[in-house]
Ligand binder design. Structure first.
Ligand SMILES: Cc1cc2nc3c(=O)[nH]c(=O)nc-3n(C[C@H](O)[C@H](O)[C@H](O)COP(=O)(O)O)c2cc1C
Length: 130
C-alpha cells in the first residue's frame, strides 16, 4: 500500500447546529470503512483537515469533500506519499481549535501566510493532542 497524507484548509460561513456532528459522524463511518485516519480542526470560519491512508482512498475522500457545499475556497496545502501515519488511532480526530491559535493572524487562518515548516509543526501538534 502507498500511504499518502493530504492537508487542506477551507472556509465555512458559520456552522448551523448539528452540522459538525453530521460531518464527524459520516467521516468516522466512511474513514473506518476506507482505512483513512486524520484530524479536523474547526475555527470560527475555517476548517483544517489532515487525511491519511491508501493514496486512492485519500483521493476518493478529498473528491467527495471538495464537492461538499458546507465549505468553500478549499486550499490543498500538502499532498504526498509519506512513510508514517500521524494519526494511527483516529478515524477522524476532532482537535481543539486552540491548537491552531499560534498559526492564525487576527483570528484568521490563511494557508497562504504560513510556511511549510509551520504546517509540519501544526500537523505534529495535532497528532500530539488527544
Ligand atoms: C470539513 C469537512 C470534512 C469532511 N471530512 C470527511 C472525511 O474525513 N471523510 C468522509 O468520508 N467525509 C468527510 N466529509 C463529508 C463529505 O464531504 C461527504 O459529505 C461524505 O463523504 C459523503 O459520504 P456518503 O457518500 O457516505 O454520504 C467532510 C465534510 C466537510 C465539510
Amino acid at each position: 500500500m502507498t500511504l499518502a497524507r493530504l492537508a487542506y484548509a477551507s472556509n465555512h460561513s458559520g456552522l448551523a447546529a448539528g452540522v459538525l456532528e453530521d460531518i464527524l459522524h459520516v467521516s468516522l463511518s466512511n474513514n473506518k470503512r476506507d482505512g483513512i485516519t486524520g484530524a479536523l480542526i474547526v475555527c470560527e470560519e475555517d476548517f483544517f483537515q489532515i487525511l491519511e491512508g491508501e493514496r486512492t482512498a485519500v483521493s476518493a475522500c478529498i473528491t467527495r469533500i471538495m464537492n461538499d457545499p458546507r465549505h468553500q475556497k478549499i486550499n490543498i496545502i500538502f499532498a504526498g506519499d509519506v512513510q508514517t501515519n500521524l494519526f494511527p488511532a483516529w478515524s477522524m480526530h476532532s482537535v481543539e481549535r486552540d491548537v491552531m491559535l499560534r498559526y492564525m493572524v487576527n483570528g484568521d487562518f490563511n494557508p497562504a501566510h504560513i510556511s511549510e515548516g509551520e504546517i509540519v509543526s501544526l500537523c505534529l501538534e495535532m497528532a500530539l493532542t488527544n
